[in-house]
Design a protein. Structure first.
Length: 515
């Protein structure tokens, strides 16, 4: 069969509702391809690679079942092609294609690759992915490169624009943001009530064999069957599970961390980010599902619960994308605090004496997942305090998490956790001592270090590193209004106390791999 048009579908463009698929032209060939350039641009968790490849395979099958001509190419088919352009040149020539179409990628590196692609004698056409709520063309109007923007004001505009939890232009319940109500720690009794997570059983043995056969370098715990959703039916099932089972207490415990339940890695979190980021789900249908459940069960699901969830999807997710595109490619080199240290080796094993890091990293390696507070206030906080090179932090976060795609990972990591962008995302560095971890988790009671000590050998490293961080960055950070109290406390310390804490911090920085 001959084709005049080739449409390439990337692994994070699995949107069956895209307008492309309303076209019944039999002369259009759809291509979905596994590529070494995508497995190798960073070292990935094996579950992440398996989830992407399984979802791509399932999407190809669904397109074929709907009558679309499809070529699903695995690594076995594409191994000889080093890059995406190499594969495209081969396919366009092999099928006699006259028109190449693609959906705009969400990553700058891929967009640059597509827009520089040369197709002699043919036409290249770019389409929108039809996924995000803020149109791509509006990003420059709402986000100025190099300028600080605050998510809260963007979020309010989006609430009004899409009429979400708004009545007569005012926030439902009288407040735009219920974050103050969503910071509870979890008691042992609370932990016993955590529901069993919905997990799936997707066989990925063939993918694992393929990765081994082609020498793809991955890390983390391989799981076969894979528990993550890889098609739209499973994604919708997980959405229903969240709304029906977890939403009621999501906001209340969204910042909590515990070891007191076998389901500590899931708690009340939706775990929908992978399905959203590969576009098996649309953000508005996710928001609407939560709102619908809130409307029918408002007695059990308070507005603080549903607002906290809506804020993550309608606010934070769209905001982070705007920051990314407004500031790339320069954003990828941002290092405002001039951090240069190497990532400790135990980030790849979880074998550290610090219980909070052991838990968060161990969970990440086991499940390719950690919730936002574990990412921000445990692993991210440590890297910030220790002055780890943001390039290394980026690479670890991008590789370890199943939902990590550069547009969402980089501003969250380099911006929110590392303050490497100088405050474009965060209004202050999210630095914290062990006291925060102790308040929000039960980790510290099981740790070899003492959370209330600051300068002794058994003192929690986060304590001395916190004060060391403030001291060494005083010229940059003292004028930040949100850090004035911390600097007043630092200045009030007796000289010998401060010197001992700084000395302990020096030791920790010189011995990161031994912590």
């Amino acid at each position: 069969m001959s084709f005049h048009t080739l449409r390439l579908v990337l692994g994070d463009q699995l949107n069956a509702a895209h307008s492309w698929y309303a076209d019944d032209d039999p002369g259009i060939l759809y291509v979905i391809a596994e590529l070494r350039q995508e497995t190798d641009y960073v070292r990935h968790h094996v579950q992440k690679v398996c989830a992407f490849f399984a979802a791509m395979s399932a999407f190809a099958e669904s397109l074929e079942a709907s009558g679309k001509p499809v070529r699903h190419l695995t690594l076995d088919d594409t191994a000889e092609f080093g890059t995406l352009p190499d594969l495209l040149h081969h396919l366009l020539k092999d099928h006699g294609i006259r028109r190449f179409e693609y959906q705009r990628p969400d990553e700058h590196r891929l967009l640059a690759q597509f827009r520089s692609f040369k197709f002699p004698g043919g036409e290249c056409v770019e389409f929108d992915s039809e996924h995000f709520l803020l149109p791509f063309d509006e990003i420059p109007r709402q986000f100025e490169a190099g300028k600080q923007h605050r998510m809260e004001f963007f979020y309010r505009r989006m609430r009004k624009r899409f009429d979400v939890l708004v009545e007569d232009g005012e926030p439902r319940g009288g407040k735009w943001n219920y974050d103050q109500d969503n910071r509870e720690s979890m008691s042992a009794d609370d932990a016993r009530e955590v529901p069993e997570p919905l997990l799936f059983s997707n066989p990925v043995g063939g993918i694992l064999e393929r990765l081994e056969r082609h020498g793809v370098d991955t890390f983390g715990n391989a799981m076969d069957p894979l528990p993550w959703p890889v098609d739209r039916e499973q994604a919708l099932e997980l959405l229903e599970h969240f709304c029906g089972t977890c939403l009621e207490k999501f906001g209340r415990f969204q910042d909590a961390m515990t070891t007191a339940t076998d389901h500590a890695w899931t708690l009340y979190h939706s775990r929908l980010s992978f399905a959203l980021n590969v576009k098996l789900l649309h953000p508005m249908e996710v928001i609407q599902a939560a709102l619908n459940r809130f409307e029918t069960r408002s007695a059990e699901i308070g507005i603080a619960q549903v607002e906290g969830f809506v804020r993550q999807v309608l606010g934070w997710r769209e905001f982070i994308r705007g920051v990314y595109w407004a500031n790339m490619p320069a954003y990828a080199d941002a290092n405002h605090l001039e951090a240069r240290r190497e990532l400790p080796a135990w980030f790849w094993t979880g074998e550290t004496r610090m219980q909070c890091l052991r838990q968060a990293i161990g969970q990440s390696l086991q499940h390719a997942y950690a919730h936002h507070i574990q990412r921000l206030m445990v692993t991210g906080n440590f890297c910030l305090l220790a002055g780890i090179d943001p390039d290394a932090v980026d690479a670890w976060y991008l590789g370890v998490y199943i939902d990590a795609i550069e547009w969402v990972e980089m501003p969250n990591t380099r911006g929110m956790t590392q303050y490497a962008d100088g405050g474009l995302v965060a209004s202050k560095p999210y630095a914290a001592s062990g006291a925060y971890i102790n308040r929000m988790s039960d980790y510290c009671g099981q740790c070899e270090y003492r959370v209330k000590a600051r300068d002794t050998q058994e003192a929690c490293p986060l304590n001395s590193l916190y004060w060391h961080f403030l001291a060494r960055h005083g010229k940059r950070l003292r004028d930040n209004g949100r850090l004035r109290m911390a600097y007043r406390n630092l200045d009030r310390m007796d000289d010998d106390v401060r010197e001992n804490i700084i000395a302990r911090g020096d030791w920790c920085l010189e011995n990161l791999d031994r912590l």
